[in-house]
Ligand binder design. Structure first.
Ligand SMILES: Cc1cc2nc3c(=O)[nH]c(=O)nc-3n(C[C@H](O)[C@H](O)[C@H](O)COP(=O)(O)OP(=O)(O)OC[C@H]3O[C@@H](n4cnc5c(N)ncnc54)[C@H](O)[C@@H]3O)c2cc1C
Length: 461
């Protein structure tokens, strides 16, 4: 597809659609929207617009479509696969100023939000009402960006990814037409599920301008524990056995020793430097949770656990989870002169012990700083490498490990990306993962966006 370069007239026309301070072709603004948090090559857009209403988004898209100008949505730019990099240049729509929480309906467990709302800000507003929005990626992501990437986090094992927590969407299509999809009912059998199509589409089918999100009540009681193991492989077996036993963790995270070392260094938590599982259960009473913890402890004991520590107080639990959330940032911060690549695969839970064992072996062989951690209860594994920036040899090794990990995950019936999305980095695996259904995805893309203006260069190989 040939895309037009913005002409002086285009710039004048687009500039007139918003207030002057919400349109920029300035160097620093273009640079700020040229790259996400990944190692992928930056590309600057030609202009950045900060819309504040659906009408503005609609006018801009209608114009861009008529003039075949690429348009890429931008939330917080925290993606890890190049998802919001405007590889074909054109316009970036930055939603940081379209960030109102429009309504919270406590009794229905719902909130209406604009796309630029940061999920942590929403949770801060909800805290005193005893509610929360469960998906919790480890960055200050916007709800628009989370919808586009189907983000998830430490609580997904119990409360689902972003996909499970969206009830209704308003989206502007490439033509400028706005559609409303979904309802405020907590269930529906009505027609095709367009929400599920938009969630995870990385802004390639339409631009989200409003969403109704599902909220969850804070649990009456919680119980947390840590379990340390002689090896990551044994911890992986414990994860499988706990899920197989039907335990329903609200969080089941695995951290390899190098992650614990880093957390101790930065957060002074004084954790034992061993492969560690963090477990949390939510329930109506401590009595019930004590019984569940006993079963979890037995399972961990049977799979080689050194030390199962339960009865963790709220502060200690919050400190641990905060450190877990900040781990990605810690890793980057501690390796100046290096860039990071997060391998992100997910497999059926029975295959989890095998994939985590493979990750350890690959990490050892690569001999490049690497960190293994995992939303283990979902079978979602991360192996983050910190490769020397510009060192082609190291990056070739990392790319090969990534390819082998993905191949193995696919062979196990898993996926090339558990939560970071396809972006640029995972396009090459899409054919192998989806076979001929990739062609149907392409047809859907062409139907919604015939001129291919929405986030071009993503998802499809
Ligand atoms: C330290 C760190 C830790 C992370 N941990 C996790 C984690 O635990 N789990 C996880 O899932 N991810 C994680 N991520 C990745 C990232 O935070 C998520 O993918 C997040 O959803 C991106 O949101 P964002 O607001 O930054 O969106 P961006 O990166 O700005 O954009 C993401 C995608 O959304 C599109 N987009 C943005 N706004 C809209 C809109 N209004 N309509 C349509 N499309 C739009 C963009 O074009 C792009 O394709 C982490 C990232 C970092 C840096």
């Amino acid at each position: 597809m040939e895309y037009a370069k913005l002409t002086k007239q285009n710039i004048k026309d687009l500039e007139s659609m918003v207030e002057p301070e919400r349109f920029s072709t300035g160097e620093s603004n273009l640079d700020l929207h040229a790259k996400d948090q990944s190692q992928h090559t930056p590309t600057r857009p030609e202009a950045v617009i900060w819309p504040i209403s659906r009408a503005e988004v609609s006018n801009i898209l209608k114009y861009a479509n008529e003039h075949t100008i690429p348009v890429t949505g931008w939330g917080a730019g925290s993606s890890l696969e190049g998802n919001p990099i405007p590889v074909r240049r054109g316009l970036v729509l930055d939603f940081s100023k379209m960030n109102r929480i429009l309504e919270i309906r406590e009794s229905d467990f719902q909130a209406d939000v604009e796309p630029g709302v940061i999920y942590r800000d929403l949770n801060e507003r909800l805290r005193h009402r005893g509610l929360f929005f469960p998906p919790d990626p480890g960055a200050n992501a916007t709800i628009g960006g989370m919808i586009a990437n189907n983000a998830s986090g430490t609580r997904t094992v119990r409360y689902g990814s972003t996909r499970a927590n969206i009830l209704r969407l308003s989206a502007v299509l490439a033509s400028g037409e706005t559609i409303e999809t979904g309802s405020r009912s907590s269930k529906t059998s009505s027609g095709y599920d367009l929400i599920n199509l938009f969630v995870g589409s990385e802004g390639t089918l339409g631009i989200v301008v409003e969403a109704t999100v599902r909220l969850t009540g804070m649990p009456e009681e919680f119980s947390s524990a840590t379990a340390t193991f002689p090896s990551v492989e044994e911890a992986g077996k414990a994860v499988f056995e706990m899920i197989r036993a039907g335990l329903d963790p609200a969080s089941l995270e695995l951290l390899a020793p190098e992650c614990i070392t880093l957390i101790n260094k930065e957060k002074k938590l004084g954790l034992e430097v061993l492969p560690t599982l963090f477990l949390e259960f939510h329930g109506p009473s401590q009595k019930q949770l004590t019984e569940i913890m006993e079963i979890a402890s037995d399972i961990c004991g049977d799979t080689g656990c050194h030390d199962f520590r339960t009865g963790i107080e709220r502060k200690e639990r919050d400190d641990f989870l905060k450190a877990r959330h900040e781990l990605g940032e810690m890793i980057t911060r501690n390796h100046p002169g290096r860039s990071h690549m997060a391998i992100d695969v997910a497999v059926p839970i029975s295959a989890y012990p095998e994939i985590i064992a493979l990750a350890r072996e690959e990490s050892r062989k690569a001999d490049i700083p690497g960190y293994t951690f995992s939303h283990a209860g979902d079978g979602n594994l991360h192996l983050v490498f910190m490769g020397k920036t510009g060192d082609e040899k190291e990056w070739a090794v990392i790319d090969q490990v990534n390819a082998r990990m993905v191949e193995k995950a696919l062979a196990m019936g898993g996926t090339a990306t558990g939560e970071h999305g396809v972006g640029i980095g995972k396009r090459k695996f899409m054919q192998a993962e989806h076979g001929n259904s990739l062609e149907w995805m392409k047809r859907i893309k062409d139907l919604f966006d015939p001129k291919g203006i929405l986030n071009p260069g993503k998802i499809f190989p």
